[in-house]
Design a protein around this ligand. Structure first.
Ligand code: SF4
Length: 305
């Protein structure tokens, strides 16, 4: 069967070829480990059980994980092994399983989740993505994913065309986020009385159901950031969380780019946060201090694979 699983619609046979995402049907992943740098209600104190998949359907020019997105790193694993990796992360006291950039492996991931649940996986499953997703692909995860962690990177199609070769990004992301909110319903958090908290599997305060939309503020484009924030607040109000991120890191490969060669200034970032407050945001996360550090970028050393 030809692959048209994401909006790139490559129509290639991934048994033998790769499409835009750079991957065949074989699952490749570069790290499965406790990750401490997600939002507090995702990582908690124990950490989030993050599985980083190789390849990407969006491939932004400013990607913070370009080595893995370009499929230059990764180890081949079976669906059975992936299901065991989920259980190993649960045994390491992860608060959840965090599927990072799994769009191009959704059928395999769905199969691994079913297997893992049959073998005793009880912690929540988080799907962490660019939001460049087909609704029909997200439907395969309905009932298997508890928390969605999509980006909403841009509204302006000129920006999404230039930075991500995806002029349709905003419309696609809007439809994807709508589907994610439909699947998860109202926001829910673990409380002390929950069985998983009492049994020590999950910390109180960890998100149980819901959607957190992330927006990374980029240098020189605060007007578009504000348009993203306004869209999310006008559309979803308090039904979702919005995480406004400042950790953009300018890599050497972009040192000649007119905008992307520098960090976001504190003034730019604060102007987006102030705008969100003016729009009436109640459920938000912001980043404090100078967080544009390469230490936020994990080592793709095949730990846990
Ligand atoms: S998942 Fe990969 S091969 Fe399939 S349509 Fe998307 S980019 Fe193309």
């Amino acid at each position: 069967m030809k692959c048209n699983m994401c909006p790139r619609a490559c129509n290639v046979d991934r048994n033998v070829n790769t499409g835009f995402c750079g991957m065949t049907n074989d699952i490749y992943a570069a790290r499965a480990a406790l990750h401490m740098w997600e939002e507090p209600c995702i990582s908690g104190e124990h950490g989030s059980g993050a599985v980083f998949f190789s390849g990407c359907t969006l491939r932004c020019i400013f990607c913070q994980n370009s080595e893995i997105a370009a499929a230059q790193v990764g180890k081949k694993i079976t669906v059975e092994r992936l299901s065991d990796i989920f259980l190993e992360l649960q045994d390491k006291c992860a608060n959840n399983i965090n599927l990072v950039t799994a769009t191009h492996f959704v059928p395999q991931v769905a199969e691994a989740l079913v297997k893992a649940k049959n073998k005793g996986l009880v912690i929540p499953v988080v799907y962490n993505s660019s939001a460049y997703e087909n609704v029909s692909t997200l439907n395969m995860l309905d009932g298997l994913v508890d928390v969605y962690l999509p980006d909403m990177k841009y509204i302006d199609s000129r920006l999404s065309a230039e930075y991500s070769k995806a002029p349709d990004y905003a419309d696609v992301a809007k439809a994807a986020i709508h589907e994610m909110v439909r699947q998860t319903g109202k926001l829910e958090f673990f409380i002390e009385d929950d069985e998983l908290v009492k049994s020590g599997r999950v910390e109180a305060g960890i998100m149980k159901k819901g959607v957190i939309v992330r927006h990374l503020v980029l240098p020189g484009t605060t007007k578009d950031s504000k348009a993203v924030i306004k869209y999310l607040i006008d559309t979803y109000g308090d039904d979702i969380y919005i995480s406004i991120m400042s950790q953009y890191t300018p890599f050497d490969r972009l040192k000649k780019h007119p905008l992307l060669s520098r960090k976001v200034t504190r003034k730019e970032y604060n102007s987006v946060v102030d705008y969100a407050i003016d729009c009436g945001i109640n459920n938000g996360f912001i980043q404090e201090g100078d967080v544009a550090e390469e230490s936020f970028i994990p080592e793709f050393d095949y730990e846990g694979i």
